[in-house]
Ligand binder design. Structure first.
Ligand code: UDP
Ligand code: MG
Length: 154
């Protein structure tokens, strides 16, 4: 089943929203395959946000992402990448639809609560960047028959 990569950004940690955000993913039916706290540094952020290093806001984004430790997660589910991006909402929280995580919890384009992988390919790259294989767990969930029909399991 598909995996996606999430960062609970310093905005989530500082505003004590960790439980609220994780709870949304769990209530949706996504399974937690990996979770840990870590301090990001400039080197890993330059890789992770390589598409943004030349943008004027990049120094501010670096400071924002290093302000506190973050919580990184691997979530598993059918079409998990697209499902999680839809739950997260538009990049700027002020434009994000009510009901999405950014739409409900934020007011900023930068302090926008979570990172979520934007494609299956990038999810694979990002999971490898932040997790070692022994930190990812594959375990049976008793709730599976209540979340998926038999023909939705692969
Ligand atoms: N960002 C920002 N200003 C911008 C655009 C992006 O500070 O004008 C930050 C914001 O925190 C965003 C991150 O850079 O989440 C990565 O940008 P991307 O375009 O990949 O958005 P995302 O995939 O997070 O929605
Ligand atoms: Mg992105």
């Amino acid at each position: 089943m598909e995996q996606t990569f999430i960062i609970l950004k310093p905005s989530t940690i500082r505003r004590s929203l960790v439980g609220d955000v994780i709870s949304r993913f769990q209530r949706k039916g996504l399974f937690i395959s990996g979770i840990k706290m870590m301090q990001l540094d400039e080197a890993v952020l330059r890789e992770h946000y390589a598409h943004l290093v030349d943008r004027p806001f990049f120094p501010s984004l670096l400071r924002s992402m290093m302000a506190t430790p973050v919580i990184v997660m691997v979530l598993k589910g059918k079409d998990a990448v697209a499902v999680v991006r839809a739950m997260v909402g538009a990049t700027n929280c002020r434009n994000a639809a009510p009901g999405t995580i950014r739409g409900d919890f934020g007011m900023s384009g930068q302090e926008n609560i979570v990172h979520a992988s934007d494609s299956v390919e990038n999810a694979g790259i990002e999971i490898k960047r932040f997790f070692s294989p022994e930190e990812i767990f594959d375990y049976a969930m008793d709730t599976t028959p209540a979340i998926y029909a038999p023909d939705e399991l692969d």
